[in-house]
Ligand binder design. Structure first.
Ligand code: PA5
Ligand code: NI
Length: 184
């Protein structure tokens, strides 16, 4: 037996920072989110370079059966009154599920199946979200600090952004009481 102790990758729970692993990162800016917010005129008024969310993930091997681990950090804010959100997607391999874990901040996980049925789960430090197959998913930051969530998903899953390019059936806007859920 090899007695060397391997130092695994680490995630800082409060900040979502991934270290000690080969990490790859993707930044999504306001300019990347054309057509994602309901109010296009309001979207056009933002600095196009503004970072809306980042995803850092471990650059792991991708054979069938392997899993990816990644952290999404979604900034706080609104556009046209609608809370900042991730683009959202189905998996290309529709039967593949995913698990999200809330790390910090407060928000919602919007889930929508192929029939257009939706549900919202509260996301907070310690929340666990089992996303079944055939279910599109989007994070929404309803708080006033960055929302961080850890995700684990099959490397074979892939992303299908096109299927919901026309928008999810539910949108979440800021209101006097916190937030208001609107059905399209
Ligand atoms: O695998 C996931 O579902 C997440 O890591 C998302 O990719 C991440 O939250 C960014 O969202 P999207 O891929 O919809 O832009
Ligand atoms: Ni996913």
């Amino acid at each position: 037996m090899n007695a060397d102790i391997i130092m695994p990758p680490q995630v800082a729970w409060a900040t979502g920072l991934l270290t000690h692993g080969p990490v790859i990162a993707k930044t999504t800016r306001m300019s990347d989110l054309r057509g994602v917010f309901a109010d296009t005129a309001a979207w056009q008024c933002h600095d196009p370079q503004q970072v809306i969310y980042t995803v850092e993930m471990l650059d792991t091997p991708t054979p069938e059966g392997a899993l990816f681990v990644g952290v999404t950090r979604l900034r706080a804010g609104t556009s046209g009154g609608e809370f900042y959100l991730t683009r959202g997607h189905f998996h290309q391999r529709r039967e593949q599920g995913e698990v999200y874990f809330g790390l910090s901040g407060n928000g919602l996980l919007l889930l929508q199946n192929e029939q257009g049925e939706t549900r919202l789960e509260a996301v907070f430090a310690g929340s666990v979200h089992i996303i079944p197959g055939e279910t599109a998913h989007r994070l929404i930051n309803t708080g006033d600090v960055t929302l961080c969530a850890l995700a684990v998903w099959p490397t074979v899953a892939g992303h299908d952004y096109a299927a919901l390019a026309g928008g999810f059936a539910v949108r979440v806007f800021a209101s006097e009481n916190g937030y208001e859920v609107c059905h399209a």
